[in-house]
Design a protein around this ligand. Structure first.
Ligand code: ARG
Length: 613
C-alpha cells in the first residue's frame, strides 16, 4: 500500500503527462507550510523552465486535472506556480485505517530485494575498543535492521580483528612475561606427530590458567607502546606475526586462546548494548584464501614488487597528490596510495585480509552489496581495497560501499576519552549510562512501583536508549559531543523521552483494555488527529530515505516527531474521555497505531522499550 506522498505523486505525474509534459515533474513532497497545505508539488517551475513556458500557466493545467481527484479537499496555486494540496478527511481516515491494519505500520517492502552484507563494529582481539567501534556498532546495527525490515536478505558480520600485527605483539609480550609459555612455544614450532585433541585441550587449559582477559588488557597497550620506541621489539613482534600467519603451530594454539577469551567478553558486551551479529567471522577466516589470491593477482598482472613488499597500484593515470619529503621538497605521487598486499616480512596486511574477505563473502553469500560501517578516518583504506577488488574482478563496481561516520567527541572537541585519558571500555560506558539513567528515573519519580529487578532492567534500557539515540539522531557524517546529562534527559530530543512517550501510550492502552474499550474505524476531524495521521503516513518516506542514504537519522527524526505528534494529539483529543463512542474507538485505533509504528521505528534504531516506567 503506497503512502500518500507516493500515490499523490502518481496522480500529479499523470496530470503533468496529460498537459503534454514529462511525468517526472509530478514529484510531491510534504508541505513545508503545514498551515497552508499537507503536500506540495513544485514541478511546474522546473517544467516551465524546460518547456520555456509560464510556470503559472502549467500549474493551472495540472491543477485542473488534480481537482478531479476525490482524495483532495483542495488544490491551489501559490506564488509563481507551487501547487498546494490538502487531503480530504475521508482519504486521511482511509489511510489511517490501512496503516492500523498493517503489521508493518505502512512500510512497504522493496520490489527488488538484494543480498546485503553489513560489516560493522570491527572489534579487535585484546585491543580496547574506541569510540569508532561504538559508533560502528550502533550505526551498523541500525542499518542492518533497516535493510532487513525493508526486505533485503541481510547478514551482519563483526569482522573481528584477529590477524594483524597486534597478534604478534601479544604473542611476544606473553612469551616475554611467562617463561613457561616461551619454553612451550620453543618446543612447538610444528605439530608433534602424535598430537591429539586431548593434548591440545591440555595446552589450552594451561593457557587458560596463565593468560586471562585482564592480562591481555594489560599487556597489549604496554606492548603497543614499547613497539613504537623499541625497534628490536617491534621486529620480534613482526616476525611473530609472520610466523603465526605462516602456520607456526604453538603460536596458532596460543592465538586461538587469545581469540576465544576476547570474543566471549566482547560478545557479552555487545549483547548488553543490543548489538548481535549473524556472523562472527574474523580477519583470520580469510587466511586460507590469501595465498591463492596472491597468485591470482600475480597472474592478472596486478601485483608489483616494491622495496621487498608486494602491492597493487590503484591510482588511475594522472591521479596524483603532492607529498612533502623529509628534506622539505615536494613531489607528485600517485593517489590513492597502492594497496599493500604482502609486507616485506611476508605478512598479510589489513588490506590483504579485507580483499580476501571479499572473496570469502562472495563464495559463501554472494552479496549484491557489502556495506562497511567503519569510522570515516578509514576512508582511504577502503578506497584502496575497493579499487583493488574492482580491478581484480572480485566485486561489481558499486558493490562495495564505505558507510563512514564522524567521531563522538569529548568536551575538548577531540575523540572521546575517559577521564583517565584512556580509551573507553564498552562495559564501563554502558555502566555509566545505566547509573545516570537510575538517577534520572528517581529524579523524575519514575519506576518507584517497579520491583528492584524491573527497575534495573528499565534503567538499562533507558541508558542504552540514551546512548543509541544520541548517536543516531545526527546524520552519521556529523561528529557530536558526548554529554551524558543531555542524552539521558527525559525532555528534548532524547532516547529517554521517546521511551517515556512509548510507555505512556502503553499505559493508556492498558487502561483502555481494563475498561474493555473497543478500537474502531478512524475518523479525522480535529487538527491533531489530522496531524497524527499525516505523521503516520510519513513512516514509509522516512524509511526509504534512511535506506537510500544509509542514514538512520531519518528514522530517528520520524520517531521523535511521531512521539511529539502523539503527545499533542493526546493533549487535544481525550481518548477514553471522549463522549462519542465512535470517536473514542477511532482515537484508540490512532493510539494503537502510533505505538506500533513507534516501536517499529525504535526497534530499527536498536532501541528496546520497557513496559512500564
Ligand atoms: N578492526 C578494525 C579496526 O579496529 C575495523 C574493521 C572494519 N572492517 C573492515 N572490513 N575493515 O580499525
Amino acid at each position: 500500500m503506497n503512502d500518500l506522498k507516493r500515490s499523490l505523486s502518481e496522480a500529479a505525474a499523470a496530470a503533468f503527462q496529460a498537459a503534454g509534459l514529462s511525468p517526472d515533474f509530478g514529484r510531491v513532497t510534504a508541505s513545508d507550510r503545514p498551515d497552508l497545505a499537507d503536500f506540495q508539488c513544485n514541478g511546474a517551475l522546473a517544467a516551465a523552465k524546460s518547456a520555456k513556458r509560464n510556470p503559472r500557466e502549467i500549474a493551472v493545467q495540472v491543477v485542473e486535472q488534480l481537482k478531479a481527484d476525490p482524495r483532495l479537499a483542495s488544490v491551489e496555486i501559490a506564488g509563481v506556480g507551487f501547487i498546494n494540496m490538502r487531503v480530504s478527511p475521508s482519504a486521511l481516515a482511509e489511510r489511517a485505517d490501512q496503516i492500523a491494519a498493517d503489521d508493518r505500520a505502512g512500510a512497504v517492502l522493496l520490489s527488488e530485494p538484494r543480498r546485503v552484507l553489513v560489516d560493522y563494529a570491527g572489534p579487535n582481539v585484546a585491543k580496547p575498543m574506541h569510540v569508532g567501534h561504538l559508533r560502528a556498532s550502533i550505526i551498523g546495527e541500525s542499518i542492518k535492521r533497516l535493510y532487513r525490515f525493508r526486505g533485503d536478505t541481510v547478514v551482519g558480520d563483526a569482522h573481528f580483528g584477529d590477524w594483524g600485527f597486534q597478534m604478534g605483539l601479544l604473542i611476544t609480550a606473553v612469551m616475554d612475561e611467562d617463561a613457561f609459555i616461551a619454553a612451550l612455544m620453543a618446543k612447538l614450532p610444528d605439530a608433534p606427530r602424535d598430537f591429539t585433541a586431548a593434548d591440545e585441550a591440555k595446552v589450552r587449559a594451561e593457557f587458560a590458567g596463565r593468560v586471562t582477559l585482564a592480562d591481555l588488557d594489560r599487556l597489549y597497550p604496554a606492548a603497543a607502546a614499547r613497539a613504537k620506541e623499541d625497534v628490536e621489539y617491534r621486529d620480534r613482534a613482526r616476525k611473530a606475526t609472520a610466523d603465526l600467519q605462516n602456520g607456526r603451530f604453538g603460536y596458532r594454539l596460543l592465538w586461538k586462546h587469545f581469540v576465544e577469551v576476547s570474543r566471549v567478553a566482547l560478545e557479552r558486551e555487545f549483547h548488553a548494548l543490543g548489538v548481535d551479529f549473524d556472523l562472527w567471522k574474523g580477519e583470520s577466516d580469510a587466511d586460507p584464501l590469501i595465498a591463492p589470491m596472491v597468485r591470482q593477482l600475480e597472474d592478472k598482472g596486478l601485483l608489483v614488487e616494491d622495496q621487498g613488499a608486494r602491492i597493487v597500484r590503484v591510482a588511475r593515470p594522472g591521479e596524483t597528490k603532492k607529498k612533502k619529503l623529509p628534506d622539505g621538497s615536494v613531489i607528485e605521487v600517485e593517489s590513492p596510495d597502492p594497496l599493500l598486499v604482502v609486507s616485506s616480512e611476508g605478512s598479510a596486511m589489513y588490506g590483504t585480509t579485507d580483499l580476501a574477505t571479499i572473496l570469502d563473502r562472495r563464495q559463501s553469500f554472494d552479496p549484491h552489496l557489502i556495506l562497511y560501517c567503519v569510522d570515516q578516518r578509514q576512508a582511504d583504506h577502503f578506497e584502496q581495497v575497493f579499487r583493488a577488488a574492482y580491478l581484480a574482478g572480485y566485486a561489481q563496481p558499486g558493490g562495495l560501499e564505505h558507510i563512514g561516520f564522524g567521531t563522538m567527541n569529548g568536551a575538548d572537541g577531540k575523540p572521546f576519552k575517559t577521564r583517565a585519558g584512556g580509551v573507553l571500555k564498552l562495559h564501563d560506558l554502558i555502566e555509566m549510562a545505566r547509573e545516570k539513567a537510575r538517577e534520572r528515573l528517581r529524579e523524575a519519580g519514575l519506576g518507584s512501583e517497579l520491583s528492584p529487578e524491573a527497575f534495573e532492567e528499565t534503567a538499562h534500557k533507558v541508558g542504552v536508549a540514551a546512548l543509541k539515540f544520541a548517536d543516531l539522531q545526527n546524520f552519521r557524517g556529523t561528529s557530536y559531543v558526548f554529554d551524558l546529562d543531555r542524552f539521558t534527559s527525559f525532555e528534548g530530543k532524547t532516547g529517554p523521552y521517546l521511551l517515556y512517550q512509548t510507555v505512556r501510550i502503553k499505559s493508556i492502552l492498558r487502561k483502555a483494555a481494563d475498561q474493555a474499550a473497543q478500537a474502531g474505524p478512524v475518523i479525522v476531524a480535529e487538527p491533531a488527529e489530522r496531524d497524527l495521521t499525516l505523521l503516520l503516513d510519513g513512516f514509509e518516506g522516512a524509511l526509504s530515505e534512511a535506506y537510500d542514504k544509509k542514514a538512520p537519522n531519518f528514522v530517528a527524526e520520524h520517531a521523535y516527531k511521531l512521539a511529539q505528534g502523539f503527545s499533542k494529539f493526546y493533549a487535544a483529543c481525550p481518548i477514553l474521555g471522549a463522549d462519542d463512542a465512535a470517536v473514542r474507538a477511532s482515537r484508540l485505533t490512532l493510539a494503537q497505531t502510533a505505538l506500533k509504528q513507534l516501536e517499529l521505528a525504535l526497534d530499527l534504531l536498536g532501541v528496546e522499550t520497557p513496559e512500564r516506567m
